[in-house]
Design a protein around this ligand. Structure first.
Ligand code: GDP
Length: 297
């Protein structure tokens, strides 16, 4: 691992919470993420998010920001956790009010609990005539997830991801939960963070979406992620705007790596190409040796 020096308290500044939406299939993860992306609950640039890069940042009317991981489902979260990356500050667990707490709901709760990440419940599809949010809260209570309105510690919001009902209130609750975490980072240092997704783009070569967890990433920085490295040629945000830099909690698509690191790999910035290459080569070699060993077994 690459050693990092700790930040002094006075260098730290507040950063936006990073939020993941999890829940059972068809309970409304995609609809919620789509609504938030497009909705007028977001100040300015509504509907301006033009490309899917795996994460997006929204600004609320009061000026506060939230970063959403735009990869519904549990795979990304699990892959990242398996690599030790803690990329999520708050998890929204979405449950359809016309259904029940389902296996993937329970799985989401288990993941969030294991990672020690606070949970906010979104009880979805309340526009449906057969919606029964109280039944969901009852089921959650039986699993020891007692919601706040019933005297428990879990915030919960009835929503319709389709119509947008309650979404603004849900985001308020997410921010309230995040406030208690006192999230901070030091923008004035070399960037570190995680890979959200990566691929080989026909026109642009290898592209990777990274989420900066600390420091500020700049065009021209030499980045190492997993066993790949390179100098950042260009960066774009989810609005397809060219960026010169990205600070804490900001997701950006970077161009210039010599391969596609895995989701959940951490990245670091180096002073020289040579340093990054040496570590990349060591990692490559280590992986080859491990591969040979497992083949012999
Ligand atoms: P995911 O599998 O969790 O991502 O769920 P989707 O967002 O794809 O939603 C599954 C289905 O439920 C889709 O047909 C949505 O249109 C529908 N749906 C999602 N949210 C709502 C809602 O609030 N109300 C209603 N009536 N339907 C919804």
């Amino acid at each position: 691992a690459v050693e990092e020096e700790a930040d002094a308290e006075e260098d730290l500044q507040p950063r936006a919470p990073i939020v993941t939406v999890m829940g059972h299939v068809d309970h409304g993860k995609t609809s919620l993420l789509d609504y938030i992306r497009k909705a007028n609950v977001i100040a300015g640039e509504a509907g301006g998010i033009t490309q899917h890069i795996g994460a997006y940042n929204v600004k609320l009317e009061d000026g506060r920001h939230i970063t959403f991981l735009d990869t519904p489902g549990h795979e990304a979260f699990t892959a990242m956790r398996a690599r030790g990356a803690k990329v999520t500050d708050v998890v929204i667990v979405i449950v359809a009010a016309d259904d029940n707490v389902m296996p993937q709901t329970k799985e989401a709760l288990n993941h969030a609990m294991a990672a020690g990440v606070p949970i906010v419940f979104a009880i979805n599809k309340i526009d449906k005539p057969n919606a029964n949010p109280d039944k969901i809260k009852e089921e959650l209570a039986q699993m020891n997830f007692l919601v706040e309105e019933w005297g428990g510690k879990y915030q919960s919001q009835d929503i319709s991801a389709k119509k947008g009902t309650g979404v603004k209130e849900l985001l308020e609750k997410v921010l309230l939960e995040a406030e208690m975490l006192d999230l901070k980072a030091n923008p004035n240092r070399k960037a570190t963070g995680s890979i959200i997704e990566s691929s080989l783009d026909k026109g642009r070569g290898y592209v990777a979406t990274v989420l900066v967890s600390n420091g500020t990433l700049h065009v021209g920085d030499i980045v190492l992620a997993g066993k790949y490295y390179g100098k950042i040629k260009a960066m774009f945000n989810e609005r397809n705007q060219r960026m010169k830099e990205a600070g804490p909690s900001e997701p950006v698509l970077i161009l210039g790596l010599n391969g596609a690191p895995a989701a959940g790999d951490t990245f670091h910035v180096f002073d020289t190409d040579q340093e990054a290459r040496e570590i990349a080569n060591k990692r490559e070699q280590l992986q080859r040796e491990q591969g040979l060993r497992t083949q012999k077994m």
